[in-house]
Design a protein. Structure first.
Length: 290
């Protein structure tokens, strides 16, 4: 599932090609992709055709295209497997294509593919957040991510410590910190030597500072490496994989040896169908789990 680094790679890929381009064609192929749009496929296309893209923005895992002279935006969420791909107009559309956008001043089309259809695209009005930044309505409750200027570490730690859940659930909560998913949570917890199951209100301020620094560090490196293509569901807008999986220390390494202490990493069930991988030695379980 794309997390902050992957979505940021997609955002910058879209921005590099789309700014200043005018939408000339829109076709959508799957009702789930438009499930948040209150209108028909035809209305969706009509509202977009003729609009010029002014900017491509992101908060956490949410993306949106700012359109010139409009107080609404074209927003998107990649869900589990959504991809934006540029391709030549004559090429055969890829499998699982859910939408196609053509541009009057660009020789390539932009395709939204989504195998599992948890992703979506939508047209949304713009509102202003607490910092007077324009955002789509769907992003209203999503907190600034760890790289945003508005990110407030001490406030974030207070909110994390108020949660009656485990530390991993707390850092995955997009209404506290945005952009963190299973991969970078497991990685940062390994670097910070914290058991994922530690109750969020029993993690000290210092431990949270280390955890947040680890999250920043690990996501920064992932961004440099073009993201993590662990499950092959993530590629950039040119169809290329990231290579951060080569640097993973915990995620996906259950049964292999810890890079720090050489203990065997273990995977434990975490929520429905998901897992958490940790080192039983470096990330010892200290307290009774909740
Ligand atoms: Zn270890």
């Amino acid at each position: 599932m794309p997390e902050l680094p992957e979505v940021e790679v997609v955002r910058s890929g879209l921005a590099s090609q789309l700014i200043g381009k005018t939408i000339s064609q829109v076709e959508t192929f799957h009702s789930r992709t438009l499930r948040n749009f209150k209108g028909t496929k035809k209305q969706f296309s009509q509202q977009l055709i003729g609009r010029t893209i002014k900017d491509v923005r992101r908060r956490g895992k949410f993306l949106w295209l700012v359109l010139a002279d409009e107080d609404w935006v074209l927003s998107a969420h990649l869900g589990m497997s959504g991809q934006f791909l540029f391709q030549n107009t004559a090429d055969k559309r890829p499998n699982h294509s859910r939408a196609i956008f053509g541009f009057s001043n660009l020789s390539q089309n932009l395709i939204f593919t989504d195998q599992r259809t948890f992703g979506w695209i939508n047209i949304e009005p713009v509102i202003f957040d607490l910092n007077q930044k324009p955002i789509p309505v769907s992003v209203k409750k999503i907190k600034p991510d760890l790289f945003a200027k508005e990110f407030n570490e001490s406030q974030t730690i207070k909110e994390l410590q108020r949660r009656k859940t485990c530390v991993k659930n707390a850092i995955l909560n997009q209404e506290i910190i945005s952009g963190v998913g299973n991969i970078y949570a497991d990685e940062a917890l390994w670097y910070a030597k914290l058991d994922w199951k530690t109750p969020a209100d029993q993690v000290s301020q210092l431990e949270y500072q280390e955890l947040i620094a680890a999250l920043q560090q690990v996501m920064k490196q992932a961004l440099r490496d073009g993201g993590t293509s662990f499950d092959a569901l993530y590629v950039n807008v040119n169809g290329e994989s990231g290579y951060f999986e080569q640097s993973l220390r915990a995620y996906g390494r259950a049964g292999q040896l810890c890079y720090r202490c050489k203990s065997k990493l273990i995977r434990e069930a975490f929520g429905v169908g998901r897992g958490s991988t940790r080192c039983p030695q470096c990330q010892k379980r200290k307290t009774a789990a909740r």
